[in-house]
Ligand binder design. Sequence first.
Ligand code: ATP
Length: 216
Amino acid sequence: MIDRIPQATAKRLPLYYRILQHLSSSGKKRISSSELSKVVQIDSATIRKDFSYLGALGRKGYGYDVDRLLSFLRETLDQDELTKVMLIGVGNLGTALLKYNFFKNNNTQIVRAYDNDRSKVGREIAGTAIHHLDDMLTDDNSDVPAAILTVPAGAAQSIADKLVLTGISGILNFTPVRLSVPEHIRVHHIDLAVELQALIYFLKNYPLEPNEGGDR
Ligand code: ATP
């Protein structure tokens, strides 16, 4: 189903899901797109359009039924199916991500971590075992479709090459390196330093007027 949804919409779905879960657990039964717009900071026309792709249509004067929306989102996001992820590079950032371990999104879990530092291998962080990078191809990673890369830049490409051999489908790349991988592998790049620089640049040069949204 998610294939037929525009990518921009697909990217917003986890945010809607998280917010609606909060609203539902605080007892909220229905919400209008304009009310939700204030919470998620996305304009209400976009929200209505996004929800229409899910097959969820709001009713005039009523809005959306929160639990119904959640079940549409759950179905679309395959929330009931656990997606396994591995993490490579248990440094400061990798450790933080392991500790966070996406428990709040209960459909994703980092099941294994790799590092080449023997003092880290064999340890566990927040229940996730750290294996040596040399074991990545012999471990059974056939049911792990995604990897998080938090190694130093210099090691990124060679590890990506190795990841390709595990049969991975996607890499969340936290290194500043533009990875070269076969076309069928999706790489999402998160360069925190660049993101922060960009935010600061915008703050200085394009301060928002009240009621004006930014790029979300
Ligand atoms: P630390 O303080 O633990 O050294 P850091 O965040 O400063 O962490 P980095 O130098 O960015 O560390 O390295 C991140 C992690 O990647 C470290 O745990 C390091 O051992 C690991 N690492 C470095 N090179 C490789 C490699 N070639 N293969 C696997 N892991 C590697």
